[in-house]
Structure formats: C-alpha cells, structure tokens
Design a protein around this ligand. Structure first.
Ligand code: ARG
Length: 460
C-alpha cells in the first residue's frame, strides 16, 4: 500500500516523476482561500443536514481558519506527494485537529471541489477587473470632456480624412471598453453557479442541501446537472474570450498612443513615469507601456486557443485534462489586471499637444467633404460637387496650399456658385461643429455623450 489518501487499492507507490508530473500544487496553491471558503460552507451545510455533529463542524472550521492563517504567514510547505491544493489542505487539517478532519470530504469529490474553487476565484477576479474597467472608463470620459473642443485629424486608411475632436476619439475608446465590461458582467452570471454537490459525477447519497451551500457561498443557484457541473470549463473560456476582446481593444489604443508619441505625429506627451529610455541613444523616450500591452495581447489570444482546445472532444464527465485549465486562466487574469492597471493610471496623464494636432488637421485637405456639402447646399448634385472639389484639391496640391488658404477668386474658378461664406465651412471649427447630431464629433455632442457615459457607469 502507499500513504496516499487514495492509496488503499494500490500495491506500489507512485513513480516519483509521475507524482511530480501529475501534481498541480505548484500552481493551484493560488486557490487556497477559495478552497477553504468552499470547505467551510460544505462543513456548515453537512452539519445543518445532520451529517456532521455541531462540534465536528466547529473543529473543522476552526482548523481551516488556522490553516489559512498559516498559509498567509508563509508557514506552509506544500507537498508534491499530496498532489494538489485540496489534498494538501485536507492532510494538514487532519494533522491539526485529528481524525475528525477526515470527515470534511463526506459527500464531496475533488471534482466538484475544484470546479467550485475556480468559480469562486474567478468571480472575485471578475469583480476586481470590472472595477478597473470602470476606472479606465472614467479616465477616458473625463479626458474626453476636457478635450471636447480639441481639433485633430480623423483618419481612414491612416490618411487624413476629416477633422474630429480629440474628445470624440477618446469616447470611441470608451465605447469599446464599455462593451467589454458588459461582456464581462454577462460572463459573471454564468460563472456564478454552484458545482458543489455534484460530487465525483453523479451526485451523492448523503442528504445534502445544495441550496444552503449555494447561499453560503453567494452563488445564484446550484448547477442543474452533476455531470455538466464537474466537467465543463466553458465559463473559463468565456472569460478568456472577454479578455481577448479587451486586449484587442487595448492593443488598438496602444498602437495609436505609440504613433501619436512619435516625433512624426507628436500629438500627445506621455509622462516620463510611463516611459523608459535607451541604453545607447540618449535622446530616446520610448512608449514601453502601450507597446508591452500591445505585445501581451498575443499571450491572451493563445490562452483562449489553449482552453478551447483543452475542452474539445472531452467525454463526460471530469477528466484530468481539466487540470490544465488553471495556468492559462491565471495568466489571463494576471495579464488583464496588469494591462488595465497600467492603462487606467496612464490615460488621465495624457497631455494633448493641441497645436500639433490642429496643424496636422489643417494639412491634408481634411475639410474637402465640407466644401462638397457646401456646393450641394448651393444646388449641385453630390457627385458633381465631389468632382469640383477634387479639382480644387489637385490645384492645392500643385500650389502647396490648403483649401482655406485659397482666395475666393481661385475657388470660384472651380464653381461660380461659391460665395464669401465658403470660408466658414472651410475652417476646422466649422467642420466639427456642423456634425451636430447624436454620435457626431461636434464639441456639444462630445460633452453630451460624456455625460451619458457617466450615467451608464452610475447605473452599473
Ligand atoms: N487538481 C485537479 C484539477 O485541477 C483536481 C481534481 C482532481 N480530481 C481527480 N479525480 N483527479 O482538476
């Protein structure tokens, strides 16, 4: 026999390499708090239905609290022979309180235990991440409000297209992050279901009350089917899919920040504390934080693919494969938290270079569409107006001058319907102010949209 908790039917000890190969304590020790929390709820429920005596329950709960305190003081040596966090804690409990510790596992299996632990862990992380998403959104909203009138070029194909306000651009980012937050909260509802009571796969013959356990742990309800409860990790995949979309958005924002801090754009300044220098080029100030966030997107996409592939083709119910869910999930959580913290700290500290943004918008004929719209108001068909303005732009390119820098006589060469009032629409302020409808770039619309975004955070 062996001294393993499941050693009864074995006639030789586990191979030392196999013990190490199959152990998860190296990474699932992170779940100690949630494992203990789940065990306390389980013991409480067992006492309530009469499976444990009140004094047995109390001894178990006191022992678990003491073990948690030991772990927090760093006074626990994890054992690979004990394989995982569940058996490490259980063995320690019996060491500490005697044979009554062996009663904790009544009506339970590590299969429903681990599924419960991960859901408790992930629910806490989701709440932390949701709060960080709110902090990031607030930073974007307040910066957008301050920059509601700041003119910058808007781009399509990364070519100057039409002037927009910087506040409008920032609120586009805010919309992306707001949707990510909705997705996360939607995922939370499916995480918040109790597997405990499913036992190994079929349920248990003890008179357990899963509603009690669910309530003690704050779950919305017990999982409906024991086979499903112990086996599926779709909730972790869903969280990682949320994370992939979030990182995709953060990497798009990062790309723009990197471009904008370059000397060629020079639209914004990131404070020195978010940048690093070069060991050889003394003039350098590199936007490392957005670059690194852009880079970390790849590992999160990778974790999504790992988890999808991990789950694919697994027969019901629990398989050891599922032990491989933890490292991708934990790294996704850590990466998301790190990236969000960096972004939520950095966004409010962005300094806009108003003069450079404006100058870039002025160059590049960004009010050409406004001139075409002006001609339409004067009776031209849009297609004809488009062609007229095209000729004016070609002339401007040849002359090295923007539309607003041409004289009335020069402009009238392209259409004699053009009058003195044309210069109002050729200005950048006139161009953005004219887009004055919900979703448009006009400063008034940006301020109204920022207010609605604040209200939606309050309503969360
Ligand atoms: N360490 C295991 C996991 O992460 C816990 C469940 C083990 N169950 C079992 N029957 N081997 O999935």
């Amino acid at each position: 026999h062996t001294n393993q908790s499941w050693g009864g039917r074995f006639s030789e000890p586990t191979d030392a390499f196999v013990a190490e190969f199959t152990a998860s304590i190296g990474f699932d020790q992170r779940l100690y708090h949630h494992d203990i929390r789940g065990s306390i709820a389980h013991a409480t429920m067992l006492a309530q239905v009469g499976v444990l005596k009140p004094e047995e329950r109390d001894a178990i709960i006191d022992g678990l609290h003491a073990i948690e305190a030991d772990i927090e003081r760093g006074e626990i040596e994890w054992s690979v022979e004990l394989e995982d966090i569940h058996m490490n804690i259980e063995a320690r409990l019996t060491e500490r309180i005697g044979p009554v510790g062996k009663k904790l596992h009544t009506g339970r299996s590590r299969n429903d235990q681990i599924a419960t632990d991960i859901r408790l862990y992930l629910r806490d992380e989701i709440d932390t991440i949701a709060a960080e998403l709110t902090r990031l959104r607030q930073g974007l909203i307040e910066l957008a409000d301050r920059e509601a009138e700041t003119i910058m070029p808007g781009f399509t194909h990364l070519q100057s297209a039409q002037p927009v306000t910087f506040g409008h651009h920032l609120l586009a980012w805010q919309e992306m992050i707001a949707r990510d937050q909705q997705r996360l909260l939607d995922c939370r509802a499916r995480v918040n279901i109790l597997p405990l009571g499913a036992a190994a796969l079929a349920g248990t013959s003890y008179p357990i009350d899963r509603h009690v356990t669910a309530e003690l742990l704050g779950f919305a309800r017990p999982a409906e089917n024991s086979l499903d409860a112990v086996s599926d990790r779709d909730f972790a995949i869903e969280f990682t899919a949320f994370a992939s979309l979030l990182l995709m958005h953060l990497s798009r924002m990062s790309e723009e920040l990197v471009l904008w801090t370059s000397a060629q754009f020079n639209f914004i300044e990131l404070p020195d504390r978010f940048c690093t220098g070069s060991s050889i080029m003394p003039q350098k100030k590199n936007p490392d934080v957005p670059e690194l966030v852009r880079g970390k997107t790849g590992r999160v996409y990778g974790h999504l693919m790992s988890l999808l592939t991990l789950m694919k083709s697994q027969p019901l119910a629990y398989n050891k494969d599922n032990q491989e869910d933890k490292e991708p999930l934990f790294d996704t959580v850590d990466t998301v938290r790190g990236c969000l913290r960096a972004f939520a700290d950095m966004i409010p500290a962005i300094e806009a270079r108003h003069d450079h943004m404006r100058e870039a918008a002025r160059r590049g004929f960004s009010t050409a569409t406004d001139l075409a719209d002006y001609l339409v108001r004067r009776g031209l068909a849009f297609r004809d107006a488009h062609e007229v303005v095209g000729h004016a732009v070609a002339f401007g390119i040849e002359q090295g001058r923007d539309l607003a820098e041409m004289s009335l006589e020069e402009l009238r060469r392209f259409s004699d319907t053009i009058g003195e009032d044309v210069f109002e629409v050729l200005t950048l302020e006139g161009s953005v102010a004219a887009r004055n409808h919900i979703g448009g770039t006009a400063p008034d619309q940006v301020r109204a949209s920022a207010q609605r975004a604040r209200d939606s955070i309050r309503a969360l």
